[in-house]
Design a protein around this ligand. Structure first.
Ligand code: HEC
Length: 192
């Protein structure tokens, strides 16, 4: 008579070790493959928080201007950010001194952030402009022409800060000093 209990073959230690290695490797790869770029909190938390190091802290991401915390115990006195009215910026004066160094920085800011739409010399002939036109949007305006040239520094600062229809709200992307530098740079492009 055959025994009802089949004798199990012992698992070879080599196979067990291999299986363990495969399991650990697979789980590490699995964890590593989770989408994770940039920093907390915009991408959620880290998949495996073994050593938290500096993951959870007030930080700012690449291309974002510094976000500084208010001092401990401070209370807001200016209320919320009111909607933009065109006249709101008109009387502001450009506080950034115009030095060759500052203008070199301004040229770089313009090249990186604006030239693809408004063109290298601000004539509205950037490559992205062609794409906008092909998709039924308007061509980015010539920043050396009347429309911009006839605005005050403050108004141009406002246009840059608040964006328009296609143009992004640059106040969310560039700090105040950079936006003023760009105003100076547009003046230079306008030959003023
Ligand atoms: C995605 C393309 C794009 C980028 C990038 C862009 N702009 Fe514009 N900009 C436009 C368009 C299009 C307009 C016209 C208004 C609209 O449709 O938003 C405009 C309008 C303006 C105006 C108002 C012009 C006027 O005469 O009324 C100013 C000033 C301006 N841009 C400056 C800048 C500066 C400075 C930067 C870089 C920090 C920049 N723009 C980046 C597309 C762009």
């Amino acid at each position: 008579m055959r025994s009802a209990v089949r004798s199990r073959r012992p698992v070879s230690p080599r196979l067990a070790a291999l299986a363990l290695v495969a399991l650990v490797t697979l789980s590490l790869v699995g964890l590593g493959c989770r989408r994770l770029t940039g920093s907390f909190p915009n991408t959620g938390s880290y998949p495996a928080d073994v050593f938290t190091e500096m993951h959870y802290q007030q930080n700012f991401r690449s291309q974002e201007s510094p976000r500084l915390a208010s001092s401990l115990g401070a209370v807001p006195i200016t209320g919320r950010d009111f909607p933009y009215t065109p006249g709101q910026y008109a009387a502001l004066e450009n506080p950034t001194p115009i030095t060759p160094q500052a203008m070199a920085g301004a040229a770089e800011l313009y090249r990186v952030n604006c030239s693809m739409c408004h063109g290298a010399a601000g004539r509205g002939d950037g490559k992205v402009g062609d794409i906008l036109v092909a998709n039924n949007y308007g061509r980015p305006p010539d920043l050396t022409a009347g429309l911009t040239a006839n605005h005050t520094d403050g108004e141009i600062f406002g246009l840059i800060s608040e964006g328009l229809f296609v143009m992004p709200k640059w106040k969310l992307l560039l700090n105040e000093q950079d936006r003023w530098l760009l105003v100076s740079y547009l003046r230079q492009l306008q030959g003023r």
